[in-house]
Design a protein around this ligand. Structure first.
Ligand SMILES: [Fe+2]
Ligand SMILES: [Fe+2]
Length: 263
């Protein structure tokens, strides 16, 4: 058993339970939810290596109790050692203050630009793991997470996390999609493009940024893309997803496109 994402394609998952996306020996990845019925539904993930766990983009305060309850289905509280915060938006990480309340030693893994804003949620006495200077996190068992800066997608200090064991890419808002007929795994990529457009055209800075990011990751083996909103993109559509981002016209391309030739 390893990559389980394909098994959830066209499959109705039990939303009351945590969903295992990857399992190899003591290394597991879970989708913790959340399952609120809004277009801006947020995905929270948990990576577990033995008795060491990291929550990826823990989410808003409104869903803290739900996410905690779900996390505790698969880990003990004290096993949660860190949270990854791909940027500072409240839907990504406002719950960090609740997590720090119960786990004061929690590491906050993020960029410098994000870290200067996080204290505005109300806590600044946490351990900051700076991905600008340390590009990887190594679990005690040796598995590695690699951090890839993604400037202006959409925040200037945004980044993605590449898990070298599963080859999953936790992409934050990149490849995020808005939809009202959500499914865990994309089953129709053409339809999914419209859902991604709803997010990307307004939020992402420009084609220069999206193309630049694709260029950064072009040599990586990517088994699945796990965004913070919308469905997971499995291996069937990873190539199409890279092409989508490479060719995307968004943000400044559209807003200032008609004055690009002006002097
Ligand atoms: Fe965001
Ligand atoms: Fe978001």
């Amino acid at each position: 058993m390893s990559n389980l994402i394909d098994t959830y394609k066209n499959y109705e998952i039990d939303l009351e339970k945590v969903t295992c996306l990857f399992k190899k020996d003591n290394y597991e990845i879970f989708w913790l939810g959340i399952d609120n019925e809004t277009a801006f539904r947020c995905n929270v993930y948990l990576i577990k290596s033995g008795n060491e766990a990291i929550i990826v983009d823990p989410g808003s305060r409104a869903f803290f109790e739900v996410v905690k309850k779900r996390a505790l289905q698969v880990v003990k509280l004290e096993e949660i050692k860190a949270i990854i915060v791909c940027h500072q938006d409240p839907d990504v990480c406002a719950s960090m203050i609740d997590w720090l309340e119960i786990l004061p030693n929690l590491k906050v893994i993020t960029t410098e630009r994000t870290n200067v804003l996080l204290p505005h949620y109300g806590k600044d006495d946490y351990e900051f793991f700076n991905i600008n200077t340390c590009k990887k996190y190594i679990f005690k068992s040796g598995e590695e997470l690699e951090f890839i800066e993604a400037p202006f997608l959409h925040f200037s200090g945004a980044f993605a996390t590449y898990d070298k064991t599963s080859n999953f890419l936790f992409s934050g808002d990149i490849w995020a999609a808005l939809d009202v007929d959500w499914e865990l795994v994309v089953s129709d990529f053409d339809k999914h493009i419209s859902n991604m457009n709803l997010f990307h055209i307004d939020y992402m800075a420009s084609n220069l940024a999206t193309r630049g990011f694709v260029n950064k990751i072009k040599d990586k083996k990517i088994e699945a893309i796990l965004p913070q909103h919308g469905s997971i993109i499995n291996s069937d559509y990873v190539q199409e997803a890279l092409t989508y981002l490479k060719e995307l016209k968004c943000g400044l391309d559209i807003i200032y496109g008609d004055i690009s030739g002006c002097k």
